[in-house]
Design a protein. Structure first.
Length: 37
């Protein structure tokens, strides 16, 4: 999938859906971070 296609889909999401995705991304970043600050 192209980045542009993904971007268009993300823009069409509701605020609640965006928050849900952001939380998942944040969790994956923190769990994969081997050097927590």
């Amino acid at each position: 999938m192209l980045i542009q296609e993904l971007e268009q889909q993300l823009l069409q999401l509701s605020p609640n859906e965006k928050m849900y995705i952001i939380q998942i991304l944040a969790q994956s970043l923190t769990t994969n971070n081997t050097n927590p600050e």
